[in-house]
Design a protein around this ligand. Sequence first.
Ligand SMILES: CC(C)(COP(=O)(O)OP(=O)(O)OC[C@H]1O[C@@H](n2cnc3c(N)ncnc32)[C@H](O)[C@@H]1OP(=O)(O)O)[C@@H](O)C(=O)NCCC(=O)NCCS
Length: 187
Amino acid sequence: MGTETSSSRVPYFLRTARLGFRCWSREDLPNAWALWGDPRVTRLIGGPFSREAVSDRLDREIATERARGIQYWPTFFLRSDEFVGAVGLRPYPADRRALELGVHLRPEFWGQGLAEEAARATIQYGFHQTDAEFLVAGHHPENGSSRRLLCKLGFVQTGSELYPPTGLVHPIYRLDRSTASIHADST
Ligand SMILES: CC(C)(COP(=O)(O)OP(=O)(O)OC[C@H]1O[C@@H](n2cnc3c(N)ncnc32)[C@H](O)[C@@H]1OP(=O)(O)O)[C@@H](O)C(=O)NCCC(=O)NCCS
């Protein structure tokens, strides 16, 4: 199953200099599989995942958008409409005042600053379009790229918690609205 470009019938609701965001639909299953079916992507987030697990994940993303108006949105390279990955927000059950930031890119798009670019747009969205008081994020203890990214974005480690998909205790970070505005323009 190959990846597909963004469908022209669905406009992007959020754009950065290089990226466009839209919402998942069931027709995106090939994109979902290209991302969450890739063991390089999921190595440190609880994978590898079966086709059934990826299909269930897609359903959950669609359901979260319906219920809360957020998801880990499918994100596309504006110049080519290529599928880059999923970047967005999800509920954080441990604290209802918070939303959790997630950044999952296809390996072809690592090392170009695209995760940072997408995450910055998502943070702005989170603080302007939702009632989140703060954002949280975590990462596998060995995920140095994720740690670097979160620090660049202004997240501060506040503790650690068990992340059931990996069975490990992950460091947890927090970003407050005031800190986010300070970091909004820094690159
Ligand atoms: C974690 C992940 C999102 C990080 O992606 P990334 O591409 O490394 O992150 P960035 O967008 O911040 O890019 C950083 C690199 O791009 C380089 N870069 C190149 N062009 C750049 C530009 N125009 N602007 C900024 N950085 C640029 C930077 O120098 C930096 O390299 P460094 O980290 O060695 O200093 C990615 O590895 C991934 O999707 N992993 C799989 C899923 C995952 O584990 N997610 C994290 C848990 S939610």
